[in-house]
Design a protein around this ligand. Sequence first.
Ligand code: DO4
Ligand code: MG
Length: 291
Amino acid sequence: MKIFRLINNGWTSNFVTINNNVYVLMTDPVTALKMHAEGKEIPIGPKVELNLDEILNRDYTFRGLRFTKPYDPLEVWGSGIVYEVARARYTEEDVATIKGKTIYELVYDAERPEIFFKGTANRCVGHGEPIAIRADSEWTLPEPELGVVIDSTGKILAYTIVDDVSARDLEAQNPLYLPQSKIYNGSCAIGPFLVTPDEVGNPYNLDISMRIIRNGQVIYEGGINTSKMRRRIEEQIKYLIRNNNVPDGTLLTTGTAVVPGRDKGLKHGDIVEITITKLGTQRTPVIKLSL
Ligand code: DO4
Ligand code: MG
Protein backbone atom coordinates (compact mmCIF):
# COMPACT_ATOMS: atom_id res chain seq x y z
CA MET A 1 0.00 0.00 0.00
CA LYS A 2 1.24 3.49 -0.91
CA ILE A 3 -0.13 6.69 0.57
CA PHE A 4 0.29 10.12 -0.96
CA ARG A 5 -1.24 13.56 -0.76
CA LEU A 6 -2.18 16.00 -3.46
CA ILE A 7 -2.85 19.69 -3.02
CA ASN A 8 -5.14 21.85 -5.11
CA ASN A 9 -5.47 25.56 -4.36
CA GLY A 10 -4.50 24.98 -0.72
CA TRP A 11 -6.81 21.99 -0.19
CA THR A 12 -5.08 18.68 0.47
CA SER A 13 -6.57 15.23 -0.09
CA ASN A 14 -5.15 11.85 0.87
CA PHE A 15 -4.94 8.99 -1.59
CA VAL A 16 -3.93 5.37 -1.41
CA THR A 17 -2.66 3.02 -4.09
CA ILE A 18 -3.69 -0.61 -3.64
CA ASN A 19 -2.80 -3.13 -6.38
CA ASN A 20 -2.08 -0.27 -8.79
CA ASN A 21 -5.53 1.27 -8.29
CA VAL A 22 -5.81 4.70 -6.70
CA TYR A 23 -8.56 5.45 -4.15
CA VAL A 24 -9.45 8.44 -2.03
CA LEU A 25 -8.25 7.69 1.50
CA MET A 26 -11.03 8.43 3.99
CA THR A 27 -8.83 8.82 7.06
CA ASP A 28 -5.52 10.49 7.88
CA PRO A 29 -2.34 8.75 6.67
CA VAL A 30 -1.02 7.73 10.11
CA THR A 31 -4.36 6.16 11.16
CA ALA A 32 -4.45 4.29 7.85
CA LEU A 33 -0.88 3.02 8.34
CA LYS A 34 -1.68 1.85 11.87
CA MET A 35 -4.84 0.07 10.70
CA HIS A 36 -2.91 -1.59 7.88
CA ALA A 37 -0.21 -2.72 10.32
CA GLU A 38 -2.92 -4.26 12.55
CA GLY A 39 -4.41 -6.12 9.55
CA LYS A 40 -7.57 -3.99 9.53
CA GLU A 41 -9.29 -2.80 6.41
CA ILE A 42 -8.70 0.90 5.83
CA PRO A 43 -11.58 3.21 4.91
CA ILE A 44 -11.38 4.05 1.24
CA GLY A 45 -13.63 6.16 -0.98
CA PRO A 46 -14.13 6.05 -4.71
CA LYS A 47 -11.52 4.81 -7.15
CA VAL A 48 -9.98 7.72 -9.05
CA GLU A 49 -8.29 7.91 -12.42
CA LEU A 50 -5.09 9.91 -12.03
CA ASN A 51 -2.10 10.06 -14.34
CA LEU A 52 0.43 9.93 -11.52
CA ASP A 53 3.47 9.99 -13.81
CA GLU A 54 2.29 13.26 -15.26
CA ILE A 55 1.31 14.77 -11.89
CA LEU A 56 4.73 13.82 -10.46
CA ASN A 57 6.31 16.15 -13.02
CA ARG A 58 4.42 19.21 -11.78
CA ASP A 59 6.08 21.49 -9.24
CA TYR A 60 4.87 24.05 -6.73
CA THR A 61 4.40 26.69 -9.43
CA PHE A 62 1.67 24.56 -10.99
CA ARG A 63 -1.71 26.20 -10.32
CA GLY A 64 -3.73 22.98 -10.17
CA LEU A 65 -3.39 19.54 -8.62
CA ARG A 66 0.17 18.64 -7.55
CA PHE A 67 2.05 16.55 -4.96
CA THR A 68 2.80 17.77 -1.45
CA LYS A 69 4.32 16.00 1.58
CA PRO A 70 2.53 12.70 2.17
CA TYR A 71 1.68 13.59 5.79
CA ASP A 72 2.51 16.06 8.56
CA PRO A 73 4.92 14.38 10.99
CA LEU A 74 4.68 15.82 14.51
CA GLU A 75 8.36 14.98 15.01
CA VAL A 76 11.23 14.22 12.65
CA TRP A 77 14.48 12.75 14.00
CA GLY A 78 17.73 11.86 12.28
CA SER A 79 20.53 9.36 12.68
CA GLY A 80 24.10 10.42 11.98
CA ILE A 81 27.21 8.70 10.58
CA VAL A 82 25.46 5.40 9.95
CA TYR A 83 27.56 4.47 6.91
CA GLU A 84 31.33 4.03 6.64
CA VAL A 85 31.31 6.47 3.69
CA ALA A 86 29.74 9.14 5.92
CA ARG A 87 32.40 8.53 8.59
CA ALA A 88 35.16 8.96 6.02
CA ARG A 89 33.71 11.95 4.17
CA TYR A 90 32.70 13.90 7.28
CA THR A 91 36.11 13.18 8.80
CA GLU A 92 37.87 14.59 5.71
CA GLU A 93 35.86 17.75 5.67
CA ASP A 94 35.60 18.69 9.31
CA VAL A 95 38.07 19.39 12.05
CA ALA A 96 36.37 18.86 15.42
CA THR A 97 38.38 16.27 17.34
CA ILE A 98 38.33 14.82 20.84
CA LYS A 99 41.51 13.10 22.05
CA GLY A 100 42.86 12.81 18.50
CA LYS A 101 39.76 11.38 16.83
CA THR A 102 37.17 13.30 14.89
CA ILE A 103 33.72 13.38 16.44
CA TYR A 104 32.51 11.45 13.39
CA GLU A 105 34.96 8.58 13.90
CA LEU A 106 33.99 8.45 17.57
CA VAL A 107 30.25 8.30 16.92
CA TYR A 108 30.64 5.74 14.12
CA ASP A 109 32.54 3.38 16.44
CA ALA A 110 30.49 4.05 19.58
CA GLU A 111 27.76 1.78 20.91
CA ARG A 112 25.39 4.74 21.19
CA PRO A 113 24.25 6.14 17.83
CA GLU A 114 23.96 9.82 17.05
CA ILE A 115 20.25 10.64 17.15
CA PHE A 116 19.28 14.26 16.63
CA PHE A 117 16.06 16.25 16.37
CA LYS A 118 15.41 17.22 12.76
CA GLY A 119 12.21 19.19 12.98
CA THR A 120 8.46 19.29 12.66
CA ALA A 121 5.98 19.21 9.80
CA ASN A 122 6.21 22.94 9.17
CA ARG A 123 9.91 22.62 8.29
CA CYS A 124 9.18 19.81 5.83
CA VAL A 125 8.26 20.04 2.17
CA GLY A 126 7.02 17.45 -0.29
CA HIS A 127 7.87 16.26 -3.77
CA GLY A 128 8.03 19.22 -6.18
CA GLU A 129 8.23 21.80 -3.38
CA PRO A 130 11.34 23.88 -2.61
CA ILE A 131 14.00 22.81 -0.16
CA ALA A 132 16.04 25.70 1.18
CA ILE A 133 19.53 27.07 1.75
CA ARG A 134 19.70 29.26 4.85
CA ALA A 135 20.47 32.91 4.20
CA ASP A 136 23.60 32.55 6.40
CA SER A 137 24.95 29.37 4.78
CA GLU A 138 27.38 29.19 1.88
CA TRP A 139 27.68 25.39 1.91
CA THR A 140 24.45 23.44 2.13
CA LEU A 141 24.15 19.82 1.03
CA PRO A 142 21.24 17.52 0.35
CA GLU A 143 21.36 14.16 2.18
CA PRO A 144 19.35 11.39 0.50
CA GLU A 145 18.15 8.96 3.17
CA LEU A 146 15.77 6.12 3.83
CA GLY A 147 13.05 7.40 6.19
CA VAL A 148 10.97 5.21 8.49
CA VAL A 149 7.58 6.20 9.89
CA ILE A 150 7.08 4.60 13.30
CA ASP A 151 4.31 4.40 15.87
CA SER A 152 4.75 5.33 19.53
CA THR A 153 6.08 1.85 20.35
CA GLY A 154 8.74 2.02 17.64
CA LYS A 155 7.01 -0.29 15.17
CA ILE A 156 7.77 0.54 11.53
CA LEU A 157 4.58 1.59 9.72
CA ALA A 158 6.05 2.80 6.42
CA TYR A 159 9.15 3.83 4.50
CA THR A 160 9.70 7.02 2.55
CA ILE A 161 12.39 9.10 0.87
CA VAL A 162 13.85 11.85 3.07
CA ASP A 163 16.25 14.64 2.16
CA ASP A 164 18.02 15.71 5.36
CA VAL A 165 19.13 19.05 3.92
CA SER A 166 21.98 20.39 6.05
CA ALA A 167 23.90 23.66 6.33
CA ARG A 168 27.24 21.86 6.50
CA ASP A 169 29.31 25.01 7.01
CA LEU A 170 27.54 25.81 10.30
CA GLU A 171 28.23 22.30 11.64
CA ALA A 172 31.84 22.48 10.42
CA GLN A 173 32.31 25.83 12.14
CA ASN A 174 31.25 24.34 15.47
CA PRO A 175 29.43 21.03 16.10
CA LEU A 176 27.28 22.79 18.71
CA TYR A 177 25.65 24.59 15.80
CA LEU A 178 24.17 21.25 14.63
CA PRO A 179 20.53 22.23 15.42
CA GLN A 180 20.88 25.37 13.28
CA SER A 181 22.49 23.33 10.52
CA LYS A 182 19.66 20.79 10.56
CA ILE A 183 16.47 22.61 11.56
CA TYR A 184 15.15 25.53 9.56
CA ASN A 185 12.39 26.25 7.05
CA GLY A 186 12.63 23.91 4.06
CA SER A 187 15.36 21.73 5.61
CA CYS A 188 13.57 18.42 5.11
CA ALA A 189 11.82 16.89 2.11
CA ILE A 190 9.56 13.84 2.42
CA GLY A 191 7.91 11.58 -0.11
CA PRO A 192 6.33 11.45 -2.64
CA PHE A 193 4.95 8.23 -1.10
CA LEU A 194 4.66 6.42 2.23
CA VAL A 195 5.11 2.76 1.34
CA THR A 196 4.14 -0.02 3.75
CA PRO A 197 6.70 -2.65 4.84
CA ASP A 198 4.86 -5.47 3.01
CA GLU A 199 5.51 -3.65 -0.29
CA VAL A 200 9.12 -2.72 0.49
CA GLY A 201 10.30 -6.12 1.72
CA ASN A 202 13.91 -6.13 2.86
CA PRO A 203 14.94 -2.56 3.79
CA TYR A 204 18.62 -3.58 3.71
CA ASN A 205 18.75 -4.02 -0.03
CA LEU A 206 17.54 -0.72 -1.41
CA ASP A 207 19.51 1.45 -3.81
CA ILE A 208 19.62 5.13 -2.91
CA SER A 209 20.79 7.50 -5.62
CA MET A 210 20.95 11.26 -5.94
CA ARG A 211 21.58 13.78 -8.69
CA ILE A 212 22.04 17.52 -8.42
CA ILE A 213 20.99 19.29 -11.60
CA ARG A 214 22.10 22.85 -12.36
CA ASN A 215 20.99 24.71 -15.48
CA GLY A 216 19.88 21.41 -16.99
CA GLN A 217 23.27 19.69 -16.39
CA VAL A 218 23.92 16.95 -13.84
CA ILE A 219 26.69 18.42 -11.66
CA TYR A 220 26.74 15.62 -9.09
CA GLU A 221 25.65 11.99 -9.07
CA GLY A 222 26.13 9.44 -6.29
CA GLY A 223 24.57 6.40 -4.67
CA ILE A 224 24.71 3.67 -2.05
CA ASN A 225 22.85 0.49 -1.13
CA THR A 226 21.23 0.27 2.32
CA SER A 227 23.06 -3.04 2.87
CA LYS A 228 26.02 -0.81 3.78
CA MET A 229 24.33 0.56 6.94
CA ARG A 230 26.46 -0.05 10.00
CA ARG A 231 23.52 0.18 12.39
CA ARG A 232 20.28 -1.69 11.94
CA ILE A 233 17.16 0.46 11.76
CA GLU A 234 15.72 -1.30 14.85
CA GLU A 235 18.82 -0.28 16.83
CA GLN A 236 18.39 3.36 15.77
CA ILE A 237 14.72 3.25 16.77
CA LYS A 238 15.57 1.65 20.12
CA TYR A 239 17.80 4.59 21.03
CA LEU A 240 15.34 7.15 19.66
CA ILE A 241 12.48 5.97 21.88
CA ARG A 242 14.52 5.16 24.98
CA ASN A 243 13.05 7.30 27.79
CA ASN A 244 11.70 9.54 25.04
CA ASN A 245 7.99 9.26 24.19
CA VAL A 246 7.36 9.87 20.50
CA PRO A 247 3.96 10.24 18.87
CA ASP A 248 2.50 7.85 16.30
CA GLY A 249 3.80 8.83 12.88
CA THR A 250 7.22 10.00 14.04
CA LEU A 251 9.66 10.06 11.14
CA LEU A 252 13.23 8.82 11.61
CA THR A 253 15.68 9.40 8.79
CA THR A 254 18.40 6.76 8.82
CA GLY A 255 21.54 8.59 7.69
CA THR A 256 23.32 9.41 4.48
CA ALA A 257 26.20 7.89 2.57
CA VAL A 258 25.99 10.20 -0.43
CA VAL A 259 28.12 13.19 0.44
CA PRO A 260 28.95 15.71 -2.30
CA GLY A 261 32.06 17.82 -1.63
CA ARG A 262 32.51 21.45 -0.73
CA ASP A 263 32.51 22.39 -4.40
CA LYS A 264 29.05 20.84 -4.88
CA GLY A 265 27.09 22.92 -2.39
CA LEU A 266 23.54 23.70 -3.43
CA LYS A 267 22.71 26.90 -5.28
CA HIS A 268 19.41 28.69 -5.80
CA GLY A 269 17.72 27.19 -8.86
CA ASP A 270 19.27 23.69 -8.55
CA ILE A 271 17.09 20.60 -8.69
CA VAL A 272 17.76 17.67 -6.33
CA GLU A 273 16.55 14.27 -7.48
CA ILE A 274 16.59 11.29 -5.11
CA THR A 275 15.53 7.78 -6.06
CA ILE A 276 15.15 4.80 -3.71
CA THR A 277 14.15 1.32 -4.86
CA LYS A 278 10.43 0.67 -4.26
CA LEU A 279 9.90 4.23 -2.94
CA GLY A 280 10.03 6.25 -6.15
CA THR A 281 11.78 9.51 -7.03
CA GLN A 282 11.68 12.75 -5.09
CA ARG A 283 12.44 15.91 -7.05
CA THR A 284 12.76 19.28 -5.32
CA PRO A 285 13.87 22.71 -6.52
CA VAL A 286 16.28 24.67 -4.33
CA ILE A 287 15.78 28.21 -3.07
CA LYS A 288 18.08 30.48 -1.08
CA LEU A 289 16.27 32.16 1.81
CA SER A 290 16.75 35.84 2.58
CA LEU A 291 17.53 37.28 6.02
O1 DO4 B 1 26.27 15.15 12.74
C1 DO4 B 1 26.18 14.85 11.63
C2 DO4 B 1 24.92 14.47 10.98
C3 DO4 B 1 25.16 13.37 10.06
C4 DO4 B 1 24.01 13.02 9.24
O2 DO4 B 1 23.02 13.73 9.12
C5 DO4 B 1 24.09 11.78 8.49
O3 DO4 B 1 25.01 10.98 8.68
O4 DO4 B 1 23.19 11.57 7.68
MG1 MG C 1 21.65 13.04 7.51
